[in-house]
Design a protein. Structure first.
Length: 149
């Protein structure tokens, strides 16, 4: 197992990138929520997309706020105890889970938003969303396998 302090410093670097991504995605999800407020169409579909985008936005906001709280302690320049380092590591995991939840809900909302325009556009956006999601998962698994070897 790697030294917890080195792991925290490495994850602190990743966290600084997560902070930027979470902020941008959160703003994008919130703009989707605002846009859905003014659209006409199926109330059931609009409600589903609204909830999906709202959850995505909240998950990204939560991840961003938690990142801001723990990032100063994860730079490697601040000496922390092993117990505190393990707590930081667990909080990092919560940030990652929140980002994954937000991304999943954003992808669901993006995949379904085309159905507001028409059935055909909905099929196209859903197919594109599934294609990109599958490609992302495959590339993440390839990267994970390469990191293990």
């Amino acid at each position: 197992m790697p030294d917890i302090h080195n792991l925290i410093a490495f994850r602190g670097e990743a966290l600084s990138q997560f902070l930027l991504v979470g902020t941008i995605f959160g703003a994008f999800a919130m703009s989707g929520v605002i846009a859905l407020l003014s659209l006409q169409g199926s109330p059931r579909l609009r409600s589903f997309l609204f909830v999906s985008m709202a959850i995505a936005s909240l998950a990204f906001i939560f991840a961003t706020l938690l990142s801001v709280l723990i990032l100063p302690f994860m730079t490697g320049h601040v000496g922390v105890s092993d117990t505190f380092a393990h707590s930081l590591n667990r909080m990092y995991g919560v940030v990652v889970i929140s980002l994954v939840l937000g991304t999943t809900m954003l992808v669901i909302g993006t995949g379904g938003v085309g159905y507001i325009v028409s059935r055909r556009v909905g099929h196209i956006t859903l197919a594109a969303t599934v294609l990109f999601a599958v490609a992302f998962v495959i590339l993440a698994l390839v990267l994970r396998a390469a990191a293990k070897s």
